[in-house]
Design a protein around this ligand. Sequence first.
Ligand SMILES: Nc1nc2c(ncn2[C@@H]2O[C@H](COP(=O)(O)OP(=O)(O)OP(=O)(O)O)[C@@H](O)[C@H]2O)c(=O)[nH]1
Ligand SMILES: [Mg+2]
Length: 252
Amino acid sequence: MQTVDTYVIVPTYNEVDNIDELVTQILDLPVAVGIIVVDDNSPDGTGAAADKWAIEYPEQVHVVHRPGKLGLGTAYIAGFKMGIQVLQAQRLMTMDADFSHNPRYIPAMLVMSADKHVVIGSRYVAGGGSKNCSWKRIWLSKIANLVARTLLGLKANDATAGFRLYRREVLETIPLDQIFSSGYSFLVEMLFMCQRRGWQIGEVPIVFEDRRKGTTKISRQEVLKAQYTVLRLFWRRLRGREPRQPQIPVSA
Ligand SMILES: Nc1nc2c(ncn2[C@@H]2O[C@H](COP(=O)(O)OP(=O)(O)OP(=O)(O)O)[C@@H](O)[C@H]2O)c(=O)[nH]1
Ligand SMILES: [Mg+2]
């Protein structure tokens, strides 16, 4: 078996209907990737379902258990720490558990990571798109992207996507414990930090599909919190608190 140096972080909260199929599909990919499930003590038993995979595939599947719902952003951070400090990962990916992010795009994202430090699975580049999403969901995403790109100067076309790959050296420069957002706006804050530090960002087209099973965790409160995060980062940008570094060349 190939040694695993890339792990996909999958934050879960009540994803018992999705987790088995997702782990199966990731392990079946023609590339060697491991999985770090970060479960927030899901009442539906997702954590226990993930544990069964970790027992069967101790090299590839790892589970971080947290005591309660602590937010998407902090779940990613817990996964990054596990990947960097414990598993010595060279690349860490993030994706949702609900099949909105199809694992079939992982190989193409890995290929692009040879030339880019951060790779986004993107709805808004040629070949990408959204399937079966309500107009409300599509507009929420489009407006969030427009605002983040305009106020923060983000260059990526899909700045709010949760399907990403970060090379290890990128994560080593980001002060994870200082990230302000605990929820969905973590994604915007993280991208802002990566871009300002000069890391090169690429996008692979993906078709985002609305979740088939389970329920959304995005609340009105999350949307408000995201607006606050963007304004806070905009203020930091205006005050020159996050100086723009020159682009860093990509090494092999
Ligand atoms: N560990 C953890 N996972 C979370 C938390 N909130 C959301 N998630 C997971 O993060 C991923 C994205 O959440 P979703 O509810 O699907 O949000 P979304 O994809 O933006 O919204 P939908 O389009 O409605 O599915 C899913 O795998 C969730 O189970 C949380 O507080 N803790
Ligand atoms: Mg989802």
